[in-house]
Design a binder for this molecule. Sequence first.
Ligand code: GLY
Length: 568
Amino acid sequence: MKKVGFLILILIAVSCTSSKKEQANHINVKQAVEAKKGMVATAHPLASEVGAQILRDGGNAFDAAVGIQFALAVVYPRAGNIAGGGFAVYRKTNGESGSLDFREKAPLAATYNMYLDENQNVIPKLSSFGVLSTGVPGSVDGMIELHKKLGSLPFEKLIQPAIDLAENGFALTENEAKKLNDYQKDFLKANDSSTYFFNDGKWQTGEKIILPELAQTLKLIRDQGRNGFYTGETAQAMLGEIHSNNGIITQADFDAYQSVWRKPIEGKYKQYNIISMPPPSSGGIALLQLLKGSEQFEFSKFGHNSLESIHLMTELERRVYADRATYLGDSDFYDVPVDMLLDSAYLSNRFSDILLDKKTDSKDIKEGNVDIIESIETTHFSIVDKNQNAIGITTTLNGNFGSKVFVENAGFFLNNEMDDFSAKPGIPNQFGLVGAEANAIVPEKRMLSSMTPTILEKDGNLFMVVGSPGGATIITAVYQNILNVVEYGMDMQQAVNASKTHHQWLPDLILYEKYGLDSLVLNQLQEMGHKMEPRSAIGKMDAVLVLPNGTLQGGADTRGDDTAVGVH
Ligand code: GLY
């Protein structure tokens, strides 16, 4: 507990510094962490410490990933989860790579029109709030499969730190206390005043959270594997919550859920090999499209966040997100034209009308008119061990605290991932993303994601592990993080800290981080006709870079409590 207390003091000091320095464009608030024998970067210092300790105890990167996923479910309940889903991309020390899809699925009773009223209009919030927004969770099955295939230490040892944190308690960080307070009304609306996280907005920094019900659920998973979650008392607790609120998930959904090993999306950017997530994530395809398009321009010559670089990234993003909306969905249900979307001739034609000094209008690419409604949360962590096994996992409940429904008897939130489907073609979801038939609701289908856990190789060796939360902005944040290192020579910490922009075709505007752009560049972009909209943050990256001498360099985003811990 002493170590935990010390960590929390450091954390409070760091988060105070970070809020004061918001105007400083997040740059140079932290130094990159370097170590030779392992690196872990996650959204929470306690989860990073869990992962680093597993590495110190002789576990590999994949063991650490399992431990971190469960630890985040305790200490970072807004996105860490056992009742959500996610994606893992890994590369073993021998160069073999793969990806695991533990994304949620539509329930068996889901229907194409389930979020529409009798006039075929979308019913506001039905797909994003309450139990009807919940997809069949995949995280527990995913972690068990990951451990079975790639783990080296006993599963019981990996989940135990999460049990200890839930049972013995941990202190709230300033950021997490604030986030809980921000969502009090939603907790009350989705549950009632007796649920653990409803506290009438009085959560305090440093306050101790103890979750005995979650500890018990984690013990069931420890002792019974997937059955500890998908059957018995945990399943009954979830189904009790779901059915008392007219939800449609049944035991048959839990029994049928299986995560899937998939061949990653792979392709070249200059001398780098990019390994990323295939459908049902749009991340890998969109990232490669952006990087391949970037090869047509000299980004390093224009400079980081210059007028030209932001304009060109925007024009590339506009076209890539239009493709995303039209062609991408779960490839188990829809024939996603992956080869065509990544074909060199297709891409050079697709980007051939981009001009350095002229903005395109998104309506000239395809019509539409949408708003981005809610801010979002998800979480990403990156790990490299002493043998350079590497893994990046992005995992989520979708919105902060998911559906806001808390399964009181089992101690966790249910996801609201159904909102990532296209409830009606052309109508935006909570991220303002539009979709088409490719992402329509079908029972047992997985909803399209933007999560982009990614590994880069350089000259056949491991180079970077990277990923981010942020809904629609995940792909563009990962893209810029790669450019920051490869084109602008930043170190891992500078790259994650650097101010980012985002464009997603519709709405036709550039999001930028408040105080993050040079005011002259901002004015020039506006003069070109770009509509500019400030945001508090774009992306929240946790990444690891392998330096030429083999040293591991961790970068943990100063937009949150993110922490990189090296193993020496
Ligand atoms: N729920 C966010 C995503 O999967 O992209």
